[in-house]
Structure formats: C-alpha cells, structure tokens
Ligand binder design. Structure first.
Ligand code: B3K
Ligand code: ZN
Length: 879
C-alpha cells in the first residue's frame, strides 16, 4: 500500500474557483517522447469567490509534466513566485487579471494510462475526462472553469490529419516543412472536453441540415484499413441529430462534427466538443465483421456522445459529484432513442437485465454509492453503473411521474436556464419542478441515498365492496456509510388482469394502467369498481429501480406470460419462473438430492415458442435463462458450483423437452436474405440463434451439423459467431479447435473480429479454461496495453465465465490478482475495473469467500498501488 494514503474528496467541501480562465491558447509541437506544450491563459479573479483579504494563490493541476518555464504578462517568473508539487503548481498572484504562459514537455509514447495525450497505433489522441487534461499542461482542471480554446498543432508531414475542437481557422507549413493547423472552439468549455488527434487517417464525409437550415459537415476518421466500416456510425449520427431536434428541440451548434476511431481506449467513447473520440469497437462495423449486438451498441453510443453536446457540453457539471447530471440524463436520452429506433420492449428488457445483474450488485457491494456520491478518492472509479444506469432510471422516474409533455417543458427550461453553465443535479430537478409547478422534494432522496429498495406487496380483494387493495411496504438496506434509509418517492405502474386475461378498466376513462405514487414506508392503494378478483401486473415497464416481491403462484406467472400486454412484465414472469426453478435446484444440488425437471417453466416456454404472434426477439429473451451473475446477485452465501450445476440442468431440460419445437422455429427463421441491421431482422436472428444454441445443447450430431453449416455459410457475423459459440460450447474439442483456427485465419487482419474471437474463447464455460486463457494471453495478437483485448480475455474469463473462474481450487482468483497487479503499473483505470469480481467476496460461502479475499489481500500487499486500485481494494477489504 502507499506510504501516504490517497486523500478523500468530499462534496460538502466544494468551493467556487478563485480564478477563471477567459481564454486558453495552446500550441502542441508533437513528438513521441518530447511533445512541447505551450499554454497561454487569460486569467481573471472570480467575482463569485470570497473577496476579503489578499489575492489567494493560483492553483494549477499538473501530473507527470516536465515544467520548462512560467511567465506572467510576458515576464519570466522567478522561482520564488511558484512552487511545483507532485500534483500541480502553486503561484503567488499580485493582480486581479493577467496572462499566464507555461511551457511543459510530455512523452505521449510512454503514456500507457490512456489518459492525457497518448499514442494508439502511431496516432496521437487524447482522453481528458475526468482529470486527464492535467497530464497535458498545468491548468485549473475542474469542470466549473470554462474557457474558450484555440489549439495550434505542429507535426511532421507524416501526420497529415491534425484535429482539435471547433472550427479550423488556419493551416500551413512551417519553414522546416512541418504541418501546422489551428482550431478555434467558440463555445466556452471545461478542460475535460478538450481533444486533439494527429495521424495518417482517412475520412468519410456527409452532411446534416439542421431544423433551422444550417448545413453541418459530418466527418468520420479512421486508419485507412477501416474506412469501409464507417457507414453504420454515420447513419446513426444523422438519426441521432434528427431525433434530438424532434424529441428535445436541440440543434447542433458548430459547422462541423467529427468522430475519430482509435484502437486503444479505456471506455466506449468520449464526447469532446465537436471532436468525439471512439473506441474502434464502438464505431466500426460491417455485416461480415460485426454482430447485431455490435450494430445496436454503435447506434446507441454514437447517439449518447452526440446527445452530450447539450446534456453535458452546453450544460455541464459543476463538480464531479454531479456526474450523473450529464450521464444519467444522457443514458436516459440514448435509451429512449434506441427504443424509438428498435423494439421498445426488448430495449427495456436489456437495460433492466444490466441493471439487475451489475448495478444491483454494485449497490450491495463495497463500492456502493448514491447516484450523487458524497465522496471519492479517485473520480475515475465513479463512472459506474450507479451513476449511469441507476442515474438514468432516476430521470426515467421523473419522466413517468410528470408525463412526457411536462418532462419536455422541464428539459427546455433546464437547457435555457443553464446554457453555458456548470450546474448541479439539484438544478436539474429544480427546472423540472419550476416548469411544471411540481413538487419533487421527497424524490430528491434518490440522489443522496444509495442501495436498492425492496418492495413487499400484498393484496386483498373485497368482493362485496368490489374493491381491490394493494399494500406496498418499501425498505432500503444499509450500505457502507449509510444506515436507516428513508422512504423514497417512486412511480409504480400497475394493471389488473381479469380471468379472461384482459386488463380491467380502472376509471371512468377506461384506463388500463395506473401509476401509483409511492412515497411512504407503507402505503395502501385502493381500486374501486373492480368486479372480480384480479391478478396484478406490477411495476410495469420496470417503472422504478427496485426489487419487487409479490407471492405469485406458478400458475399466475404462466398466466402473465400468456396475457400481460406489457412486454417487460410478460418477460419478467418468465424470469420469475426460471428463478424459482433455479433456486430450488441449487438447494437440491447442495443437499445432494435429485434434480427435478422444472415443469411449470417448460410448460410456459413451450407455449411461448409456439406463439408466432409474439415478437421473436421477446421470445428469445423469455427463453434466455438468468445469467449466473444475476443468480449470484440474488443469493447469499453463494455456492458457485451449485449455480452452474442448476443452470446447466435447466438449460438441458429445456433443450431436451422442446427439441422438436426449437428445430421447427429454427428452420422457419433460417431464411437467406441480405443482412440488414434492422429491428425485425435482428429479432428473427436472435430467436433463430437461441434455438440453435438449445439444439446444440442436446449434443445431437444433427444439431451440430446445422451449426456447422451456418458457420460455413459465412452470411454475416451474427450468425457466424452464434454458430461458432455453439460449436465450441457443445461440439467435440478437436472440431472446435479447427473452427476457431479457420475463423482466425480468415479474420486475423481485423482487430474487432480478433477481439470477438478472444472473447468467445475466454468467456466459454466449456472451453475457456484457465490454461486456455493463459495461452490466449501469449497469442501474438494479444496486447496487454490494449484495454479491449484485456477486457476480452481477462474480463471474458473473470466477468463472463462464471463456471471456469470459480473453479474450486481457487486458481481463477489467483490468476485475476496476478493480472490486476501487472495492469496497475500500466493502466490504473483498467486495473481498478477488472478487479471487481474479487471485491464481492463477502457474498460467497466460506470456502470461496476465503479464497477470493486472500487473492484480494495479495493485490493489496503487492506494493504501491495506484490511487484508482487502492480505493477499490481498500474499500473491498473493509466492507
Ligand atoms: N463521458 C465519457 C466517460 C469518460 C470516462 C472517464 N474515465 C463517456 C460517456 O459517458 O459518454
Ligand atoms: Zn456519457
């Protein structure tokens, strides 16, 4: 551990900045080992800061910089006027406003943290959010300091493309033949939105005419070999621009919008003003190389980053505790966009699955925090599912409570009131209230209170009075640092189904759904004029991010699977049945008893599979069992082997019982048509490949031949990858090797496909043994400095391969500890992410808990840890 513990930063300590920066002029003279950065800052005392006493010193953040000179108003500053510290520069100040010039030198080539300015395959690029700008130059690197930037880039002619934020205002050649380009961004922005790219890149260009008639140039830059994989992202961008005008009345503001694809990137993409930088895997696609899931992810991420231009850039965060202000809102916006472009019900199911599997686990783990955290050591650790996904649920609840039109009035007021400002979550809620005369006082607790609320629902039907009563009790468990939680305000969408499966009318207007406002710890809601005892369809569309408990019988769940018109709840009924069966089988496994086929589930799924009226994508989702990770989230004293055994048993029971139905559906869906990533076709492929997987699970030679033939036909990556996955999971090992080898031979030049190939193997329950994973790490295409490859192999094994990672000898845990220790030296952000499975040790039964904890302890004892990893590991050992 570190000699000095990293400091904790608290929201309650927030203070406005002492100085503002009106203009920032930067010049970069690019060199892999010695890039010269000159900055010229127009500094001014902040009128909003405390004006009593002498002028305070000026603090500039700076990390890993070589300071060359400091000058004020053109005069070099003597050494006694400033002091250089490990994390910045402190300057004494003697006037209210002045020009500060600082020269520094940095080495992008040695920067493996992928934060600040670094090289990816020889291309210069930047990542500044949250605190990466301080690795480029000394600067008040905080989001409430907003400045107008100009950026001049000088580079050898081998870097013909030189990009930064805003509009290009000058370009030329220096006397010694180097290229020189200047960009100006007229919109004041915080340093985290700064970007620079330099490389030998190609681009595709398109245009979008905004609703007010301005023509915007759209450019997408890639390495030359990838230029053929840009069409889908460009289409997605144009759709996003149109959608944001139609749904939120938001127009784009610059004359140009650029996207650049880079291979080495810590996350999905970054919304830098006018110059979005994307992880190649989240922007490049062609039918031959990308799966349907990748096409949909690209559409969503392109939209997400574009939407940030308003929710994030034009209106930004005051401090990083407010991160969900831009992320929660923008995730909500991109989810609604995706729902409008694709199948709304299926999108909701996917989002809730992520929330239940990973966010609920985070909420119940050692890093648990509210949507607006109160404190952090390293802000990079707070780009979490809670801030993003739960944050989006919080915005979705406001939308549900107020209604779509009122929500739009609120967002209009928010954008208008705060344009060009750095604001807080409180400002967002206040705009929603003020625009509508609404009261969200209690609702605000969602921002400050962590943990997943549990709702217990009971009902009573009074036949005589024709009244139906629903009593809801809510309780939020304690989380680290937070006890005695208060009740939350949340919308509970409810319908009541009659014996014929139709929704009963709930009022004079014959509404079939009512949104209950739950605000108290225990509350009873009464429905009048209910002629028969109804079956409740509760929390429709997952109207609040909670765990809802109601004692449904198996028959009632089968009924909901058949009749509920809310596709989310229809699916959820199938999941509840599956959960019940899986939990019972885990108990049987542990007790050494006999495992019984899950009859009710088989009956329900059989009917679903026969129903050709249902959206095939929804059928595929209903046929998909909860993941081991989701089962683990539900349990205490988790027995990993029991989870795996129960799940395999249920899967095989379904495969066997419904084999002929799977074959029938597979054959009817296996129609050759040209690939298109459109909702209808994606839905059909998803059901077809779900059927194929179950067919192969029986191990029958005919089924494996079907998979082989689909694999050989090479029609599109969705079908090829699904067939390959089935073949390696269920086919003979020697054939699996052959298929994997031929796949690699065909695609070895394509980075994204090679990542898929790595991920398929490492994530395979049958094939991804620890030995195999170690072999993959010595494969020539593996790169420890490339996060996508680390995520595919190490992450694939530790996060998506429950069966192998939790092998009883504990070697999986030791392996992960070893990788985390090595990664931390290169890329702390990735190390702190990939350690996550080890942080959940308390959830496991004694044997595994001890093994996992000891692996974590080994990380902790391994020497000085980065601040990122220290925070996660120390909290996990404590809590
Ligand atoms: N805002 C960035 C995330 C930056 C993460 C920094 N560690 C991408 C996004 O959410 O759009
Ligand atoms: Zn975002």
């Amino acid at each position: 551990m570190q000699d000095t513990q990293p400091q904790t930063i608290f929201l309650k300590d927030y203070q406005v900045p002492d100085y503002l920066i009106d203009r920032t002029d930067l010049t970069f003279d690019l060199d892999p080992q010695a890039t010269l950065v000159k900055s010229r800052l127009q500094v001014r005392r902040n009128p909003a800061a405390d004006a009593s006493g002498d002028l305070p010193p000026l603090w500039l953040d700076g990390v890993d910089l070589e300071l060359l000179s400091v000058a004020v108003d053109g005069e070099l500053l003597p050494a006694q006027r400033y002091s250089e510290q490990t994390d910045g520069l402190l300057l004494t100040v003697d006037k209210e406003s002045f020009v500060l010039e600082v020269q520094t030198r940095i080495a992008p080539e040695s920067n493996t943290s992928l934060e600040g300015l670094y090289l990816s395959n020889g291309m210069y690029c930047t990542q500044c959010e949250a605190e990466g700008f301080r690795k480029i130059t000394f600067y008040p690197d905080r989001p409430d300091v907003m400045s107008v930037f100009t950026t001049t880039i000088v580079a050898p002619a081998t870097y013909p493309v030189l990009l930064s934020n805003g509009n290009k205002i000058d370009s030329g050649t220096t006397e010694d033949g180097r290229l020189c380009v200047t960009w100006e961004d007229p919109f004041a922005k915080p340093s985290y939105l700064f970007a620079l790219v330099a490389g030998d890149l190609q681009f595709v260009e398109d245009h979008f005419t905004t609703s007010s008639g301005r023509k915007v140039t759209l450019q997408l830059f890639t390495e030359p070999k990838n230029i053929g994989k840009t069409a889908h992202a460009m289409e997605s961008l144009k759709k996003s621009m149109k959608w944001d005008e139609e749904v939120y009345g938001r127009e784009y503001d610059l004359d140009i919008f650029m996207i650049v694809a880079v291979d080495h990137f810590n996350m999905g993409a970054m919304e830098n003003k006018g110059l979005n930088i994307f992880n190649s895997a989240c922007v490049l696609a062609s039918p031959e190389t990308a799966t349907d899931a990748a096409f949909q992810r690209i559409e969503a991420i392109v939209a997400h980053e574009y939407f940030h231009n308003w929710s994030g850039n034009r209106v930004t965060c005051r401090d990083w505790f407010q991160l969900s202000l831009k992320e929660g809102f923008t995730v909500f916006r991109d989810a609604e966009f995706s729902a409008d472009m694709n199948s709304r019900g299926v999108k909701r199911i996917e989002d809730v699955t992520l929330l239940r599997t990973a966010q609920f686990a985070e909420d119940a783990g050692p890093m648990s925090h509210p949507v607006r955290p109160d404190s952090y050591m390293e802000i990079s650790n707070f780009y979490t599912l809670t801030v993003y996904e739960k944050g989006a649920e919080v915005v979705r609840m406001i939308h549900r409570l107020l209604g779509a039109e009122a929500f739009r009035r609120g967002s209009d007021l928010y954008f208008e009131r705060h344009d060009g400002c750095a604001v807080t979550c409180e400002d967002f809620v206040a705009a929603m209230e003020d625009a509508n005369g609404a009261d969200l006082t209690l609702f605000r607790r969602w921002y400050s209170q962590g943990g997943t609320p549990v709702l217990d629902v009971e009902d009573k039907y009074d036949a005589e009075a024709q009244e139906y009563h629903l009593t809801i009790r809510q309780h939020t468990p304690d989380t680290p640092g937070q006890t005695d939680k208060q009740p939350l305000h949340m919308p509970i969408a409810v319908s009541l189904l009659g014996a014929d499966g139709r929704e009963l009318s709930l009022d004079q207007e014959a509404s079939i759904e009512r949104v209950l406002h739950l605000t108290e710890a225990t509350q009873t809601f009464t429905f009048a004029d209910i002629p028969e005892r109804p079956l409740p369809s509760l929390l429709r569309g997952f109207s609040a991010p909670v765990k809802l408990r109601y004692r449904y019988t198996s028959d009632q769940l089968l009924f909901l699977m058949q009749y509920d018109t809310d596709s989310f709840n229809r699916w959820d009924a199938s999941q509840r049945l599956a959960f019940e069966a899986l939990e019972q089988l885990q108990r049987a496994y542990r007790a050494g008893g006999e495992m019984q086929a899950p009859e009710a589930l088989l009956q329900g799924l059989s009917a679903v599979l026969e129903n050709t009226q249902l959206d095939p994508a929804l059928v595929a989702k209903m046929l998909t069992l909860p993941s081991p990770q989701e089962l683990a989230e539900h349990g205490d004293a988790i027995d990993a082997q029991a989870i795996v055994a129960a799940r395999v048993f249920v899967r095989d029971s379904i495969a066997k019982a419904l084999a002929s139905r799977f074959l029938k559906r597979y054959q009817s869906l296996d129609q050759r048509k040209p690939y298109q990533p459109v909702a209808e076709d994606i839905a059909e492929r998803s059901l077809k490949n779900t059927c194929l997987s179950y067919l192969c699970a029986t191990g029958s030679a005919d089924a494996l031949a079907l998979a082989e033939s689909q694999f050989m036909r090479k029609e599109n990556m969705t079908d090829v990858a699904a067939a390959l996955a089935a073949l390696i999971e269920f086919g003979p090992a020697d054939q699996a090797e052959e298929h994997l080898e031929s796949f690699y031979q065909q695609w070895q030049q394509d980075t994204q496909v090679v990542e898929t190939w790595f991920g398929l193997q490492a994530g395979s329950a049958n094939y991804g043994t620890l030995g195999r994973v170690r072999e993959l790490m010595s494969h020539p295409a593996f790169e420890f400095t490339n996060p996508n490859k680390v995520r595919a192999v190490v992450g694939g094994f530790a996060m998506r391969n429950f069966a192998q990672f939790h092998q009883e000898d504990g070697t999986g845990y030791e392996f992960l500890a070893e990788q985390v220790i090595a990664l931390d030296k290169l890329n702390p952000q990735i190390a702190a992410r990939i350690v996550t499975p080890l942080t959940r040790w308390r959830k496991y039964r004694t044997l595994e808990a001890e093994q996992i904890r000891s692996a974590l302890q080994r990380v902790s004892d391994s020497g000085e840890l980065s601040r990122d990893l220290y925070e996660v590991v120390s909290k996990a050992l404590e809590n």
